[in-house]
Design a protein around this ligand. Structure first.
Ligand code: ADP
Length: 334
């Protein structure tokens, strides 16, 4: 009798053949598992080129909505080509599976980086956010909304260059001013206008970018609570943690370092001076950029072009490259 694991493996052959291009791939090591897909490192036998093979069992594709989502993901992703988007090489199927051959991102995603490092430094955040924005700028210029930008969908290559991936929830804006009404799935950093079903567009990606930047710099996501219900309530009220939304009001007020981890901002609320503790890694330009992205009203959030010009990018060191050691330990600042 074979175990379930072995049965599963049998369904993903060791030698994978693409009948259209006549390419043959050898399945190498297992890389990761998502909602539907299993990801393996695969090698083109003729060229020795290594790719990521995203493999989805047809057994899991039973509902027509799932099939539709998969073909939407493929049709959007295959039309894209950019330095900061996971390269799409080819796709094909056999009787068991659907295979998507992608650029291999050996350093996994920013989720693993976040789990190991928690809050990262401001220069690192500048390095990553700049690349993510360039990728999203490209998507928006092609009228694509990603709709699920999150750390786990931001892949990293050997140079720690960011590659946006997983277009499973992406949508194309078909005409100027179109507002999407539906979204089948649960984006991680979901924008308030998706929750309230008010119609949504490119601005949902800007919201997610604000959540990403907050998470990178603070070490925790902005709206997380113990239940999804409370989290959604907070999102709708745009109530993010650590008093940072209130501290935004203090941007013009005095700041003071208190210890190595916190600074305090003083908000002069007419008569009452209130003090808010803010992680001192967050300086004013970063707080201001996060605040612009995490605005409840979509029309008030800046475009990607505007964000790229934000003073956050000119107010400190922008590393030309980061060493791989940054995946596990903070870079030296001296
Ligand atoms: P799903 O759409 O089913 O959630 P994902 O896109 O999240 O699948 O992929 C599943 C796993 O495969 C991820 O957790 C990640 O580890 C890995 N993966 C996906 N794409 C790549 C890639 N281009 N390079 C390296 N690993 C990848």
């Amino acid at each position: 009798m074979t175990s379930i694991k072995e049965d599963e493996k049998k369904e993903i052959p060791e030698i994978i053949h693409d009948p259209q291009t006549n390419s043959t791939y050898q399945r190498l090591r297992f890389f990761g598992k998502g909602g539907f897909a299993k990801c393996y490192e695969i090698q083109d036998i003729a060229t020795n080129q290594i790719y990521a093979g995203k493999i989805v069992s047809k057994k899991l594709m039973v509902k027509s909505s799932q099939k539709e989502k998969m073909s939407q993901e493929i049709s959007i992703h295959r039309s894209l080509q950019h330095k900061h988007v996971v390269g799409f090489h080819s796709f094909f199927e056999d009787s068991l599976n659907i295979y998507i051959v992608l650029e291999l991102c050996k350093r996994r995603s920013m989720m693993e980086l976040h789990k190991r490092r928690k809050a990262i430094t401001e220069p690192e955040t500048r390095f990553y956010m700049h690349q993510i924005l360039l990728g999203v700028q490209y998507l928006h210029s092609r009228r694509i909304i990603h709709r699920d930008l999150k750390l786990g969908n931001l892949f990293l290559d050997d140079d720690l260059h960011v590659k946006i991936g997983d277009f499973g929830l992406a949508a194309k804006i078909e005409y100027e001013g179109e507002r999407k009404r539906t979204l089948c799935g649960t984006p991680n950093y979901i924008a308030p206008e998706i929750l309230t079903r008010d119609g949504h567009s490119f601005e949902v990606d800007i919201w997610s970018l604000g959540c990403i930047m907050y998470t990178l710099m603070v070490g925790r996501p902005p709206f997380e609570t113990s239940t999804l219900r409370d989290t959604y309530k907070r999102i709708k009220q745009c109530e993010y943690r650590e008093g940072i939304s209130l501290a935004l009001q203090a941007l013009s007020g005095p700041w003071q370092e208190i210890g190595s981890r916190y600074a305090q901002a003083v908000v002069n609320n007419n008569t009452i001076n209130q003090r808010y503790r803010i992680p001192s890694s967050l300086r004013k330009p970063a707080i201001s950029m996060i605040g612009l992205q995490l605005q409840a009203k979509p029309s008030q959030r800046p475009s990607v072009d505007k964000l790229l010009q934000h003073e956050f990018f000119s107010s400190g060191i922008m590393p030309a490259a980061l060493p791989l050691s940054c995946l596990t330990t903070a870079p030296r600042t001296d």
